[in-house]
Design a binder for this molecule. Structure first.
Ligand code: ATP
Ligand code: LTN
Length: 333
């Protein structure tokens, strides 16, 4: 598939309500890329079921995530917004890629190890081969770059390895080898209660701020955020992970450079830091929440956007899928 503009692909799992780390590390960059690139922003529901999901909640969360994409500024006239399970080519290419991805490679994935530890009663084959489906998402559209948070770097490296492996066998022009797009500040927002672990939407509620939390809840959660007993505001992720995380949140959302931000706390304490973090989050989320609520009130319009997105994605995806099938030696129908 050759399109004129570079292709950007990213996806988020509808495995819960997004937390501010998803926004700071990934989602806020999505609309910034849509003027110069052909962007595809996917709701990866097939990835979400690698962990048990309640069907009604999964359906609701998928629509809610679509509404959040739009509320954050993704324009469905410019970008393709759709649901992964609506485009069957994802599953088809994933099978083929599975046959070019090694057990050893998949075994080294930290997300697999983390999720296996968290869900010891459900270490299913899908959880293990999750990266092959993610590689399929990206390679189907010949994406050049993938905006994600730091935790997804390893999966994109694996995607690159598989793409290069198949290009070596079947021809260099089969897949574009994608690059991760990871920004320095905010690519790993930490849990509010255990600031040495990353914030995750499927962890306990008090550990993250949801993008749909009301202002009073945001204030309460940030007030209770774990800091330390050193009593000074410095950016030192090693020795002051909690304080550094709050600084990262403020710096990312207000665009204040870290040095100037830290200097502004010279004669202030953790109370002020937490209050400022809450204010930055509330200011950012206010307009997004209002637009999200408006979109969720008109699910017919939302569904029409998702249908249109799936139709466009389907055309692009099948071009690559057909070519891959041909090159691996499948017979034409
Ligand atoms: P789950 O808890 O269901 O695994 P999650 O909150 O870890 O979900 P994902 O759906 O896996 O989120 O990730 C969506 C995007 O957000 C990815 O690009 C991911 O790298 C990014 N992301 C997730 N958590 C963070 C975080 N704490 N800081 C920065 N970026 C993050
Ligand atoms: N694995 C990612 C979600 C994801 C994704 C993708 C991100 C699935 N497919 C393709 C970028 C590109 C996650 O867990 N955050």
């Amino acid at each position: 598939m050759k399109t004129e503009r570079p292709v950007i692909f990213s996806g988020i799992q509808p495995s819960g309500i997004l937390q501010i780390g998803n926004y700071i590390g990934a989602l806020r960059y999505f609309p910034l890329l849509q003027d110069d690139n052909q962007c595809l922003y996917c709701i990866v529901d097939m990835h979400a079921i690698t962990v048990r999901q309640d069907p009604a909640k999964l359906r609701h969360n998928s629509r809610s995530l679509a509404a959040l994409y739009l509320a954050c500024g993704i324009d469905p006239k410019k970008s393709i917004v759709y649901i992964q399970s609506h485009v069957s080519a994802h599953a088809e290419l994933a099978w083929i890629l599975n046959c070019f991805t090694y057990f050893g490679e998949l075994s080294r994935m930290t997300q697999f190890k983390d999720k296996s530890a968290k869900h010891a009663d459900n270490i299913n084959a899908g959880l293990f081969t999750y990266p092959a489906l993610m590689a399929s998402d990206i390679l189907l559209y010949q994406a050049k770059a993938v905006p994600v948070g730091d935790d997804q770097k390893q999966h994109i490296e694996l995607t690159r390895d598989v793409a290069i492996r198949m290009n070596n066998i079947y021809g260099d022009d089969l897949f574009i080898v994608p690059e991760p797009l990871i920004h320095k500040t905010g690519s790993k927002v930490m849990s509010l209660q255990e600031p040495t672990r990353k914030m995750s939407k499927s962890d306990a509620d008090e550990t993250f701020v949801s993008m749909l939390d009301a202002p009073e809840i945001v204030k309460k959660k940030l007030k209770r955020a774990v800091t330390d007993s050193l009593g000074r505001v410095t950016y030192d992720a090693q020795n002051q992970p909690g304080v550094s995380n709050l600084l990262t949140i403020i710096s990312s959302l207000t665009n204040k450079p870290m040095d100037a931000l830290v200097a502004s706390y010279e004669d202030k304490g953790y109370g002020a830091l937490k209050a400022d973090a809450a204010e930055a989050v509330i200011e950012t989320l206010g307009p997004i929440q209002a637009e999200h609520a408006r979109l969720m009130n008109d699910t017919a319009a939302l569904d029409a956007i998702l249908k249109g997105g799936a139709e466009r994605a389907n055309v692009l995806a099948n071009r690559t899928l057909d070519e891959v099938k041909r090159r691996v030696g499948f017979t034409a129908r």
